[in-house]
Write a protein that binds this ligand. Structure first.
Ligand SMILES: Cc1cc2nc3c(=O)[nH]c(=O)nc-3n(C[C@H](O)[C@H](O)[C@H](O)COP(=O)(O)OP(=O)(O)OC[C@H]3O[C@@H](n4cnc5c(N)ncnc54)[C@H](O)[C@@H]3O)c2cc1C
Ligand SMILES: NC(=O)c1ccc[n+]([C@@H]2O[C@H](COP(=O)([O-])OP(=O)(O)OC[C@H]3O[C@@H](n4cnc5c(N)ncnc54)[C@H](O)[C@@H]3O)[C@@H](O)[C@H]2O)c1
Length: 516
């Protein structure tokens, strides 16, 4: 970062366009310096592009570090410890939680965020690209106007652009949410993940609308701290219930973690009246034709995030938007052939590693783009997702249902952690968790894996790695698996699916690693 200070408020504009016309045209200008944008800029430099500018509006660090992945997981860890202590008696340990010091939790969150942010800025500073601060707005197909922190504006031109401006909260069209309440009073003071993250007091009760990652993770966090959590979900939890057994088991795990879960609950209205004392919010919803309502001290909107494209002037750039999402081809290129998108700004799969991979993919296509050659299409080969709940849930590849829908002939095997050696040692309760492997028949090629249970978020990478390497369940059977581990469960599942593919299997040749 050239000449920027700790707060990211000062920058060296020596290479940047002169407002009076002595213009430098950049090869690539990245608008939005979060994870996706900085991944793209760094990759472009590594690939030999010299004239790369990253424009960022405000503090550097990105959503993941400042308000997303890292601070939420920092808070979820102590919540896990609270839950573990709650189970200690079953292991013969006399321990109890006497209280949670929210100020200490928040101090730790702020300290770790500052640490991650420092590391991130350090990496960006050594990335070899130029960083400038300001808000960019397209004023033409190949030109933006940048409003700097001091309010001054200037123009920047480039041969290619990446829009990586992140996402913003989606607010449902319900009276009182962002609009006056039915009695004309002020809109209700709801929380988004930003306010929930900063809570320095444990609310007695919390209503959560939405059962995506944010609703679920904050739900288990506050429930562990002692909040009475009611979570409203319009559709069955997890992939809209396409696997009813999985959805039911996961919902049960949430209830086990202390959440009250209302499935099929459509939000009807929300009011907030300070005269109602401890529970000023009243939430009304429809469930199976009934009108239901309840009160809560706080309301968390977890109704999704959408691409943040406000005020970016995409019309001036000739970029088409449909239903709030940029219209992109399979190379992440918009209807202006020089404008690419990556990260949350695509409006699709708002997940950190996906955004980073998209940013790097755009950088790798740049040389072809400048040479007028055909670009390589973007494809997330093996989607991986994790929910950091209690227990966590993680999946990679396709579910059995998805694979069948796509016309793939698959077989599967499933095991409860409560029946698996290490799972038993770890006191996993029956009926709360499982691991499932899906393979293609007859090749036994790995197609997907779903895990609900301890360390699911890490374990899933065993299978996603194998899938990346094109492995089959027969390869898993041939591998050594240390005993007693959780990952050892995969060998049992692999044997099962291999048997289903081929009941009289050929012996698998095991290479001797000492054989030269
Ligand atoms: C509470 C929460 C928890 C999450 N947890 C996880 C998790 O556990 N795992 C996971 O994979 N994902 C998680 N996510 C999602 C993840 O944080 C995002 O997918 C990722 O951080 C998005 O990165 P990005 O680069 O697309 O956007 P951002 O990091 O938001 O970067 C966008 C940047 O663009 C700048 N900008 C915006 N407009 C302009 C403009 N006009 N000009 C210049 N600059 C501009 C912004 O200031 C910002 O710096 C979580 C999200 C939230 C909200
Ligand atoms: N562990 C992780 O990877 C992680 C953690 C947190 C956030 N994130 C990312 O952040 C993004 C935002 O998370 P999120 O949970 O807000 O979004 P989401 O899109 O995952 O879930 C939104 C939920 O809100 C519901 N909803 C939407 N409108 C509604 C309405 N009018 N009434 C009732 N319910 C409504 C949807 O049915 C859905 O259950 C996600 O895309 C997610 O990928 C990821």
């Amino acid at each position: 970062m050239e000449g920027s200070d700790e707060n990211g408020t000062r920058a060296d504009a020596s290479q940047v366009d002169d407002p009076n016309g002595g213009a430098t045209t950049w090869d690539l200008v990245v608008i939005g310096g979060g994870s996706a944008g900085s991944a793209c800029a760094a990759e472009a430099i590594k690939l030999g592009h010299e004239r790369v500018l990253l424009l960022n509006d405000g503090e550097l660090g990105g959503l993941c570090i400042l308000e997303g992945c890292m601070p939420t997981k920092t808070l979820l860890h102590p919540a896990d410890v609270v839950r573990e202590v709650g189970h200690a008696e079953r292991l013969g340990i006399d321990a109890q939680v006497n209280g949670v010091d929210m100020a200490a939790l928040q101090e730790r969150r702020a300290r770790l965020v500052a640490r991650f942010q420092r590391a991130k800025i350090g990496g960006m500073e050594s990335g070899g690209y130029t960083i400038e601060f300001g808000r960019a707005r397209f004023v033409g197909p190949d030109e933006v106007e940048v409003t700097g922190p001091d309010g001054a504006t200037r123009r920047v031109r480039s041969r290619a652009w990446l829009v990586s401006t992140g996402s913003k909260q989606h607010v449902p069209d319900t009276q009182g949410l962002g609009t006056p309440q039915p009695d004309g009073s002020d809109p209700v003071p709801y929380w988004t993940s930003r306010e929930a993250l900063l809570a320095d007091r444990v609310p007695r009760s919390l209503a959560i609308v939405g059962s995506g990652a944010i609703g679920l993770e904050f739900g288990v966090y506050f429930a562990a701290l002692g909040t009475r959590v009611t979570l409203l979900s319009r559709s069955p939890i997890l992939r809209r219930g396409e696997d009813p057994e999985l959805s039911a088991l996961y919902t049960r795990s949430l209830e086990h973690a202390g959440l009250k879960v209302q499935i099929g609950a459509a939000l009807a209205s929300v009011t907030h009246d300070p005269e109602r004392g401890d529970e000023p919010f009243e939430i009304e919803y429809w469930e199976e034709g009934h009108d239901e309502r309840f009160r809560a001290e706080r309301l968390l909107l977890a109704t999704g995030r959408v691409a943040n494209l406000d005020g970016i002037g995409l019309e001036a750039a000739g970029v088409e938007i449909a239903n709030g999402m940029p219209v992109l081809d399979d190379c992440l290129r918009s209807t202006n052939p020089n404008v690419f998108f990556a990260g949350d700004a695509t409006g699709d799969r708002l997940i950190l590693h996906t955004g980073n991979a998209e940013g790097r993919h755009v950088a790798r296509n740049l040389k072809r783009h400048f040479a007028g050659e055909k670009l390589v299409a973007w494809r997330e080969r093996i989607p991986v997702s994790a929910l950091f709940t209690a227990p966590p849930y993680a999946e990679c590849g396709r579910t059995e249902h998805e694979a069948r829908q796509a016309g793939v002939d698959v077989v599967s095997a499933k095991k409860e952690w409560a029946n698996q050696g290490r799972g038993i040692v770890m006191d996993t309760e029956p009926g709360t968790s499982f691991v499932k492997l899906v393979v293609e028949r007859p090749s036994a090629r790995l197609v997907g894996c779903q895990i609900l249970g301890p360390r699911a978020d890490d374990l899933v990478h065993v299978i996603s790695t194998a899938m990346h390497m094109g492995a089959t369940a027969r390869d898993l059977v041939a591998m050594p698996w240390y005993h007693p581990t959780l990952s050892e469960a995969f060998i049992e599942l692999a044997r099962d699916v291999v048997f289903q593919c081929d009941p009289i299997p050929e012996p698998v040749p095991v290479p001797d690693p000492t054989d030269p």
